[in-house]
Design a protein around this ligand. Structure first.
Ligand code: MG
Length: 166
């Protein structure tokens, strides 16, 4: 039995924001599955979710979620000062701060995370494809990288723990 955990205000808010912005734990679970099922043929969705839950308990991950989603929402509402408003609203490819923020998540479980992150960012499977659809009027400039990074970090955690079990 897992011990009952007291969830901080920060964690609670980070989880709520992900949900409000249309990202479920299962969506992220599918990304972890996409990254890891070739290495772990018997991988179950519940293993993916278990590792995502652990990643979401990290303070630096929660901070990245709060910061990135806040900027996306303000850009969507047109409330940022120029030139940042246009840069984020248009998801300008040379901006790069969205990726740098995501690195603070990937970093949590070491260097395999970077390879996973780079791969998933190029392929854009599942939820990442939807978050990158620029025709919806929504702004997910930061969120797509954050979600990819959570999946990459959970994949690294899973890979490390599988290695530990052998
Ligand atoms: Mg982005």
């Amino acid at each position: 039995m897992e011990e009952k955990r007291i969830i901080s205000k920060t964690e609670e808010t980070a989880r709520r924001l992900l949900k409000e912005r249309g990202v479920t734990i299962e969506d992220i679970g599918e990304l972890v599955m996409y990254l890891q099922n070739k290495y772990h043929p018997n991988l179950q969705m519940e293993d993916c979710i278990y590792n995502i839950e652990r990643v979401l308990q990290k303070r630096e991950v929660q901070n990245a979620i709060l910061t990135g989603i806040q900027l996306d929402v303000l850009a969507e509402q047109g409330k940022l000062a120029e030139p940042l408003q246009s840069i984020i609203a248009d998801d300008e490819s040379l901006y790069g701060v969205d990726e740098i923020l995501a690195f603070s998540i990937v970093n949590v479980y070491g260097s395999i995370g970077f390879t996973n992150y780079g791969y998933i960012d190029k392929q854009k499977p599942g939820i990442l494809k939807r978050l990158n659809d620029h025709t919806t009027g929504e702004c997910h400039t930061f969120l797509d990288d954050i979600v990819g990074a959570i999946a990459a970090a959970a994949s690294s955690r899973l890979a490390h723990s599988a290695k530990g079990e052998q």
